[in-house]
Design a protein around this ligand. Structure first.
Ligand code: RIB
Ligand code: CA
Length: 309
């Protein structure tokens, strides 16, 4: 049984990734830690608690940091909806998270299970960076760290070069990428290439007909509009779920490259860019396994299995 800790800025794609992890038979979710990102922290906490309740799996949810380390929070509510879950009037309120702070839980969990924790990050890296600042040694104590963030060989979704999770808190991302943590990076290029849902695929998923299948599709209402009007996609894309699929079954990442990756924190145009040294021109040792290809059919199969009952 593998042990996961999932750090999340719970909006419509994060929620689908949570369902996939919570319903996977071979994985024990030790904790779900929430960070501000897509939506303000409290909304992210409520969205996570609602999603966990829907799956019927008992996993604690913890509050993390409510803003990036050095910058004001910029949410993606125009993308995912004001509540982050498509604004379809779900009851996303009134639930209570576990009392401990997320960074305490990250440190306690990694120390309790040295070498065993797969850390999956689906939002800005503020919580993970804070944990590393408190105890740098955890970088060498996790089994692996699968990050939805950046772009491996493509363009950004917030700026021409930056993906949202890295752009929101680039200083936190730099701390994590420089920490020595064993990082697998699933960039937004993997999502728009292998995890976009057009009308046919969307209908196929919803036609499974279970409450979870309908939930996973219906909460994408706002994302669909944004993706088609602003990202030029044929429908919504699911970056967090394909990242979770790769964490759950690493073979879904059919091609990866070991690369030196730096995070830009300054500049007028390149805040939050993941600078991937594909030609080795920096001479720096690779610090990241960059996913460049994925198996769409195996990803879809895992998603369909997760919502089957
Ligand atoms: O850029 C996509 C990422 O930003 C996803 O994790 C999405 O949920 C948002 O957090
Ligand atoms: Ca996310």
């Amino acid at each position: 049984m593998r042990r996961f800790l999932i750090d999340i800025d719970t909006a419509s794609d994060d929620a689908v990734a949570l369902v996939m992890a919570l319903k996977h038979p071979d994985v024990q979710i030790e904790a779900i830690t929430v960070v501000a990102g897509n939506v303000p922290l409290e909304q992210g906490v409520q969205n996570a608690l609602h999603t966990v309740e829907l799956t019927g799996v008992d996993v604690p949810v913890y509050r993390g940091l409510a803003a990036p380390l050095f910058r004001p929070l910029e949410t993606a509510q125009t993308v995912h909806g004001q509540d982050g879950m498509g604004d379809i009037n779900l009851p996303l309120y009134g639930r209570t998270p576990a009392p401990e702070h997320a960074t305490d839980v990250i440190l306690e969990t990694v120390n309790r299970y040295p070498g065993e924790i797969t850390l999956v990050t689906l939002g800005p890296l503020t919580n993970v960076a804070m944990a590393l600042l408190r105890e740098p040694a955890i970088a060498g104590m996790v089994r692996d760290c699968v990050i939805m963030g950046g772009t491996g060989q493509g363009y950004g979704n917030v700026t021409p070069v930056a993906e949202f999770n890295i752009w929101v808190d680039p200083e936190a991302a730099r701390i994590v990428f420089e920490s020595g943590m064993p990082i697998t990076m699933v960039g937004w290029d993997v999502s728009y290439t292998y995890a976009t849902f057009g009308p046919d695929e969307t209908d196929r998923l919803r036609a499974i007909g279970t409450p979870l299948a309908e939930f996973c599709v219906d909460i994408q209402a706002t994302l669909t509009t944004f993706a088609m009007e602003s990202s030029g996609l044929e429908g919504f894309d699911l970056p967090d779920p394909i990242t979770m699929a790769i964490a759950l079954e690493p073979g879904i990442a059919t091609a990866t490259k070991r690369r030196f990756v730096a995070v830009e924190t300054g500049g007028d145009w390149c805040r939050g860019q993941t600078v991937v040294d594909h030609l080795g021109v920096t001479g720096r040792e690779p610090n990241v396994t960059v996913v460049v290809e994925a198996d769409r059919e195996r990803f879809l199969g895992l998603l369909h299995e997760a919502v089957a009952d």
